[in-house]
Design a protein around this ligand. Structure first.
Ligand code: GTP
Ligand code: SPV
Ligand code: MN
Length: 649
């Protein structure tokens, strides 16, 4: 490897040793320069003409000191981890194998929805027009001229003195007809290391581009504040000027100022959902914020289910569930994103475009998610969790996993933390693990199948402390699309929202729509024309609370009981009864055998008329204020039908 880190200056040294190595290395010639900037790793010759043009124009804009073309190799990753350690971005966690802890600038800890924009010529292509005087909540639009201005202001010379990494990555298995390629240019080695976990990254992707030179352009910089002062050198960022931009027409993403998760790992929310949903609309498929799981019943029959829950509402947990119901087996295909399309037989098929899990750490334990616990203690980058004096990690929910007498805890901000004394949480509520998917002990054998897995049911769900039953089934596809459009959930720490307000979050996609939500609904409705074998749609709620504020349902592994009922519905069993909101289990058809806890089924399945009158009104208000003219007539009709059914309760 030609890249040597100079320990004193913390940069690549241009010493003679390297010069000699370059001469000896057939692929790295003296002429490996782009606009006078030297390529210190990788070879320009491996870039396709389009990739080279994209790199060239951004080198000119960002003016990096050097270019590193990533190959995805083990040795490259070692080098990056070394560099990150020297910069103080990560510390090793010697209790585990190849695990690291990153602490961010406390101002850079979650996605920033208010600073996320979609850029189109016409505003109406991006967002519905809200009612006069109402602030739109279904995304933010920017004009191309404003985007150009925003980019120039922030990116001109933003990589001076830094390395620009060229990160070729595939969303989905390399070579699958359902996969798409991206190239992320970034000045953050943390992003490169994380992208190596979250996507298929490196040389094989550049090779793939030589047969089909199309990729999503992803430009990222952690930025430098306007006054030139980087507050926390170990985690450079520019929170004041952070901006996340998407130009669907050009398949282009530009992200500035944040190093965190969905803001910087551009394959994830920016590409796989925002740009992905616009490509999916053009090409006739669906890009969704959904987990994918395989479930095998005691008879050995296997089906696949996709489920959309908002951020921090239980996707990772459901995807890796240890079923409490005897004889059942769950296998995980993906925990966050599903790309789905109908095959020639009209069967909906899904791939997980990701290669790793960027999961919520707090709440993860051997009791709640043992499969995640078996996944995350090797080759993992933890971000903003607490650490223990014996070189391990800690977060809220892990109390039973460590012995407090033997270890001292340091919180996510680097301060001493004492159980029962310190009032603030040890780990940030949105702290995360970033682990390779293949390490999951229950990863599905078909998780990388290039044709995807067949989907039999789609679940929608959210955190609904009141009024919404554990499970109900939509009457048909159209009603199901309405149920998705009417989703609401309590706000979580995964974004910048404050407090426990119940927010509308249609399809769990509100922060991730790449185009006008009204058109998105029409697109979903149009699936009826694509197939006569549409999956059944359900709504689930693990989070209903009693009048004393306790969860009515134990959740986690016990959710297998709900999946069992869903599978029986798919098989046509008559275990459901009609209610005004949809079909719920007939009495005694939800299998509760062997449950430790007594569950108040009446309370759990109660459908209070007053609550649903209010709910329907709130949905109506939301559609009128937020979607207006763009609301498809079929969805409006479904709402009217719901209102009628509630009136007749
Ligand atoms: P993102 O990665 O942000 O998209 O989140 P996610 O949807 O994957 O959420 P995740 O599975 O990480 O769960 C978030 C939180 O919900 C954790 O604190 C879990 O402990 C909690 N949770 C998950 N499933 C259940 C459940 O069935 N019941 C209850 N009460 N809590 C749950
Ligand atoms: C989410 O917020 O839905 C996440 C985490 O999965 S992030 O990648 O930061 O978007
Ligand atoms: Mn998510």
């Amino acid at each position: 490897m030609p890249d040597i880190v100079d320990k004193k200056s913390n940069t690549y040294s241009a010493d003679l040793g390297r010069f000699a190595k370059q001469l000896a290395h057939p692929n790295v010639g003296l002429f490996n320069h782009l606009r006078g900037i030297s390529v210190v790793h990788g070879d320009l010759k491996h870039l396709t003409p389009k990739a080279r043009t994209y790199l060239e124009s951004n080198v000119e804009l960002c003016q990096p000191e050097r270019i590193h073309i990533c190959d995805g190799s083990e040795s490259e990753n070692k080098h990056l981890l070394n560099l990150l350690q020297q910069q103080g971005t990560i510390v090793p966690l010697p209790k585990y194998q190849n695990c690291w802890l990153a602490r961010t600038n406390p101002a850079d800890i979650a996605r920033v929805e208010s600073k996320t924009f979609i850029c189109t010529e016409r505003r109406g292509d991006t967002i519905p027009t809200p009612k006069d005087g109402i602030k739109g909540t279904l995304g933010h639009w920017m004009s191309p001229a404003d985007m150009d201005k925003a980019v120039k202001e922030r990116f001109t010379g933003c990589m001076r003195g830094r390395t620009m990494y060229v990160v070729p990555f595939s969303m989905g298995p390399i070579g699958s007809p359902l996969s798409k390629i991206g190239i992320e240019l970034t000045d953050s080695p943390y992003v490169v290391s994380s992208m190596r976990v979250m996507t298929r990254m490196g040389k094989a992707v550049l090779d793939e581009l030589t047969t089909y030179d199309q990729f999503v352009k992803c430009l990222h910089s952690v930025g430098t504040p306007a006054n030139g002062t980087i507050e926390m050198p170990s985690w450079p960022c520019d929170p004041e000027r952070t901006i996340i931009l998407h130009k669907p027409q050009e398949n282009e993403i530009v992200s500035y100022g944040s190093g965190y998760g969905g803001n910087s790992l551009l394959g994830k929310k920016c590409f796989a959902l925002r740009i992905g949903s616009t490509i999916a609309k053009r090409e006739g498929w669906l890009a969704e914020h959904m987990l994918i799981l395989g479930i095998t019943n005691p008879k050995g029959e296997k089906k696949y289910i996709a489920a959309a829950f908002p951020s921090a509402c239980g996707k990772t947990n459901l995807a890796m569930m240890n079923p409490s119901l005897p004889g059942y087996k769950i296998e995980c295909v993906g925990d966050d994103i599903a790309w789905m399309r109908f095959d020639e037989n009209g069967q909906l098929r899904a791939i997980n475009p990701e290669n790793g899990f960027f999961g919520v750490a707090p709440g993860t334990s051997n009791a709640s998610n043992p499969n995640a616990m078996k996944t995350i203690f090797k080759n993992t980058i933890f971000t903003n969790v607490a650490s223990t004096s014996d070189g391990g990690v800690f977060w809220e929910g892990m109390e039973k996993e460590i012995n407090f007498d033997n270890v001292k805890i340091t919180d996510w901000l680097g301060r001493p933390w004492v159980k029962g004394e310190t009032k603030t949480p040890a780990a940030h509520p949105n702290s995360r693990f970033c682990s390779p998917a293949e390490q999951c002990p229950i990863i599905d054998p078909a998780w990388e199948a290039s044709e995807g897995v067949p989907i039999s049911a789609i679940l929608f769900g959210g955190r609904r402390p009141a009024g919404v039953p554990l499970v109900y089934e939509a009457k048909n596809w159209r009603h199901g699309v309405f149920v998705g459009s009417a989703m609401r959930s309590e706000a979580t720490a995964a974004a910048e929202h404050k407090g426990k307000v119940i927010m509308h979050d249609p399809f769990a996609m509100r922060p991730f729509f790449g185009y006008n939500f009204g058109q998105y609904l029409s697109h979903w409705l149009s699936m009826e024309q694509r197939s006569d074998k549409l999956p059944k749609i359900f709504h689930v709620n693990w989070f209903r609370k009693s009048s004393e504020g306790k969860f009515l349902w134990p959740g986690f592994g016990e959710n297998s009981r709900v999946l069992d009922w869903i599978l029986r519905r798919i098989d046509g069993e008559e275990c459901a009864k009609e209610t005004p909101i949809g079909l719920i289990p007939k009495p005694n058809t939800l299998n509760l055998e062997g449950m430790d806890e007594d569950v108040n089924m009446d309370e759990l399945f109660d459908i209070p008329k007053a609550f649903w009158e209010e709910e329907a009104q709130s949905i109506d208000k939301y559609f009128k204020e937020q979607v207006g003219e763009d609301l498809p007539a079929a969805i409006d009709a479904e709402l009217k039908n719901l209102k009628n059914r509630i009136d007749n309760m």
